[in-house]
Design a protein around this ligand. Sequence first.
Ligand code: 13P
Length: 250
Amino acid sequence: MRKKIVAGNWKMHKNAEQTEDLLNELIAKIPTDTDTNVIVAPTFVNLASAVDHLEFTNIKVAAQNVHQAEGGAFTGEISADMLKSVGVDIVILGHSERRAIFHETDALIANKVNTALEHDMTVIFCFGEELKDRQSANHFNVVENQLKDGLFQIEAKDWEQVVLAYEPVWAIGTGETASPEQAQEMHEFIRETVRKTYGNEVADTVSILYGGSVKPENAKEIFSKPDVDGGLIGGAALKADDFVAIVTAI
Ligand code: 13P
């Protein structure tokens, strides 16, 4: 059975007090008997307090990035060891905002993935095509290349620590969601791409999340598709009631 996962990527939102308030609401409202893995990714400065706050809950904490080096003269950066030392062992990598705004290449992302795995972290690996790729019917190629160039350097055994998050760039923060059929079509393609390189066991056990304007109103239909194992949620993760509704929609 594949893990069902709903993760909230808080991006650069919520100060310390707001982080605590949102976590308190989530603790109160997320059913404790859910078998869905719930993850939240607050900003770096609030990670340690989030870990403390969520200690006796079933909500896990992820970072939104990590540097590829072990340490050194990299002003403003955060290492895997630092994250682990405050109790964070999940990291989101390859997000389209990191790719587009901070110029992260597939090669750099591959490096970060390797570092995170060496530190026994779980990687939520994000990828997805831009609108122009879909309009030119190049979206499958783009997605395949992102997987091959950013992730397929890992060994089969590492897949236990990897979650895939397909996020079509045109659907992120735009209010425009991939239709459940478009999501399923791409998720199936992704799973088959994994299968060709890593075989059936990896392909059938890896969780593939959909991200891009998931809301309480569309979550159930998207999550009902056979190759969609959950969601990576942006805007709707910032409101407790919306996020909880998405968690329960699965
Ligand atoms: P939205 O849900 O706001 O579209 O963001 C998706 C996302 O980028 C999650 O990583």
